[in-house]
Design a protein around this ligand. Structure first.
Ligand SMILES: O=C(CO)[C@H](O)[C@H](O)COP(=O)(O)O
Length: 216
């Protein structure tokens, strides 16, 4: 199976977690795009989705799924999103698609976070995937220097986020204590969000490996 077929398979498996769930939180990325496509098949049964990015919003609308404002809905029952890395504690690195801030907000506002990924995303220690950090543009160089002091190598991504901010992709981190790293980077003034989901890990991780989808 190709990586995209694995993504499609795991996206399908997530459908059982949104049965009888009227409002669904929806993440961002190629795996989630498959999930949105499947969600369109059951759109008559749902009220709508809360979206984590302009990209997901566009696809949801194109497929006729109502997009709801997080401010207008209560707690979200289920949030479905992908990941760039997943450790055995279900802590994640996310933000490869640059949507980490809104993804973190929806994850925080959700009862159950279902993470969907192909097997290549599972790691023992987070940090091989360059860690995305969203920063206020004027703070970019300052935050980069602070991250260098912590041992990271920040690289400015040529990208503007949906919140009109910049992204630093931080190489060379060994994220064994995910919560400590999350708090440390969060505490740098000018950081909007760091792509470590340590304090709010996934509740369920679905991983497609070969022919099967494994639940962690
Ligand atoms: O965090 C993300 C976007 O900000 C994505 O979930 C992550 O990058 C995985 O993407 P894909 O499903 O395309 O592999």
């Amino acid at each position: 199976m190709t990586q995209d077929e694995l993504k499609q398979k795991v996206a399908y498996a997530a459908l059982k977690y949104v049965k009888n769930v009227p409002i669904i939180g929806v993440g961002t990325g190629s795996t989630v795009n498959h999930f949105i496509t499947y969600l369109a098949d059951i759109k008559a049964d749902i009220e709508g989705a809360v979206s984590s990015s302009e990209g997901s919003t566009a696809l949801l609308k194109k497929l006729g799924i109502p997009v709801l404002d997080l401010n207008a809905v209560g707690t979200i029952e289920v949030y479905v999103d992908g990941a760039d890395e997943i450790n055995p504690l279900k802590q994640l690195v996310k933000g490869g698609g640059g949507a980490l801030t809104r993804e973190k907000i929806i994850a925080a506002a959700s009862k159950t976070f279902v993470c969907i990924a192909d097997g290549s995303k599972c790691v023992d220690v987070l940090g091989k995937f360059p860690l995305p950090v969203e920063v206020v543009p004027m703070a970019r160089s300052f935050v980069a220097r602070e991250i260098v002091k912590l041992g990271g190598q920040p690289v400015w991504r040529d990208f503007i986020t949906d919140n009109h901010n910049h992204i630093l992709d931080v190489h060379n981190l060994d994220i064994r204590d995910a919560i400590k790293w999350e708090q440390t980077i969060n505490n740098i003034t000018g950081v909007v969000a760091v792509g470590i989901f340590g304090m709010r890990p996934a509740d369920v991780v679905l991983v497609s490996q070969g022919d099967e989808v494994v639940t962690l």
